[in-house]
Ligand binder design. Sequence first.
Ligand SMILES: [Zn+2]
Length: 50
Amino acid sequence: MSAQSDDPSEPACGALGCHERADVVIRHPTYGKRTVCDNCTGGYPVIRHV
Ligand SMILES: [Zn+2]
């Protein structure tokens, strides 16, 4: 089995302009649940890790 770093089944960070793989789901006051990477949480509460 070959491990691919850009597996399309991996969730991508939902932040604009960010192409990191998503790490967590945060609760955003405006957008609701957002799936983002560790660098894009914006200080919002982390609901769960992905
Ligand atoms: Zn990001």
